[in-house]
Ligand binder design. Structure first.
Ligand code: ZN
Length: 83
C-alpha cells in the first residue's frame, strides 16, 4: 500500500484459499493438567495417562478435585490457490 502526495490511498488486494492442517513435524501434541484450586501443574506428556495419574495423586494429597486440562499442538496454514 502506498500513499501518494495527493492524499489518496492505493492498495492491491488478492484473494486466496488457505488450508489448515495438523502439524506433527514440530513435535507431538503435549497433554497437561493443572489444578484449578492451586498453581501446581503436571508434567507435559505425549498422551493423557501421565497427567491423569498426576490429577489423582494430587487429589489424594491435597483434596483438590478440579483440574484444567490442555492439549498443545501445532496447525500449519498453507496457501492452496490464488483466486
Ligand atoms: Zn491443587
Amino acid at each position: 500500500m502506498s500513499v501518494p502526495e495527493s492524499g489518496s490511498v492505493k492498495s492491491r488486494m488478492r484473494f486466496a484459499q488457505w488450508l489448515l492442517t495438523t502439524e506433527t513435524a514440530s513435535g507431538p501434541p503435549i497433554h497437561a493438567a493443572e489444578c484449578a484450586e492451586c498453581d501446581e501443574t503436571s508434567a507435559g506428556a505425549d498422551n493423557w495417562e501421565g497427567p491423569q495419574v498426576w490429577c489423582l495423586q494430587h487429589a489424594g494429597r491435597t483434596g483438590h478435585t478440579l483440574f484444567r486440562v490442555t492439549v498443545t499442538g501445532y496447525f500449519r496454514a498453507s496457501m492452496q490457490e490464488v483466486l
